[in-house]
Design a protein around this ligand. Sequence first.
Ligand SMILES: Nc1ncnc2c1ncn2[C@@H]1O[C@H](COP(=O)(O)OP(=O)(O)O)[C@@H](O)[C@H]1O
Ligand SMILES: [Mg+2]
Length: 275
Amino acid sequence: MYIRDIGKKIGAGRTAVIYEYGQDKIVKLFKVGFPSAAVQQEYQIGKLVSSMAVPAPQVGSLVKLDGQEGIVYQKISGFTLLEQLIRSFEKAATYIEKFVQLHVKIHSLQSSCLPDGRQKLVDKIASQKLLQDSIKEQLQAGLSDFPAVNSLCHGDYHPDNIILHNGQLIVIDWVDAYYGYPLLDVARTYLLISTPYVQVHVDTGTISEMQKVLAGKYLEEYYSLRPFSREDFNRALKIVAAARLAENVPNEQEWLLSIIHDRSPSPISVFSIKG
Ligand SMILES: Nc1ncnc2c1ncn2[C@@H]1O[C@H](COP(=O)(O)OP(=O)(O)O)[C@@H](O)[C@H]1O
Ligand SMILES: [Mg+2]
């Protein structure tokens, strides 16, 4: 791979910078020092997922540039769903409906070739220094009580990982995909939509109001297609909040601890609506 093949920068995340690459491809170039095994993992998972019945980019080759590893993907043109939501919030209800329908479709697929979601959560919770052993045990027992199913879960399903391409939603960034119990994936999406850590540059007062509306709408829509109990959802939310602590996202620690220790109001509106 040569520098001359790289086009303009089109995105950046916490682990990589994304550049155009030729006419119809992009390259996701991982930061220096990012573990090679994790790049390999994203590549393998991307290949597997793109062969399944979900809208995801095709995966090209693994490349190396000036010591930085990268993965070439099919370029999906269009704005991300997050960008769309910020541009036209009046259409939020329609976008969230589509976003949920696609999440439910993903969960309707089965795969046992991916990492085991339950094991990933067990490991993340066990590594937590901020939690007492008794809390860890409670969370892990709660996790074992969920049915052992092998639904496809994205693991990081949020509006910035979706591109609206010619009216169709395409899901990117499958590195955290696993098989497991879908409500855990739903709880993580709820958490990601609600996070106080936001990278978008809009007035923070407004964005937090938008987040509340979106998170509530997301949960309500998912519930209408695949109902779940309040107790199960709250248990799942605590589990994914504890696992999220391991990601060390700035400004999240206190908020996550308040969810785990029941100091945060429970998102019950969906249950009060449905009675
Ligand atoms: N296949 C793709 N086609 C077009 N844009 C992409 C593609 N993959 C990533 N991007 C852009 O780059 C951004 C970050 O990519 P992503 O894979 O989500 O990286 P990260 O793991 O750092 O979140 C996306 O939000 C999107 O704007
Ligand atoms: Mg991403």
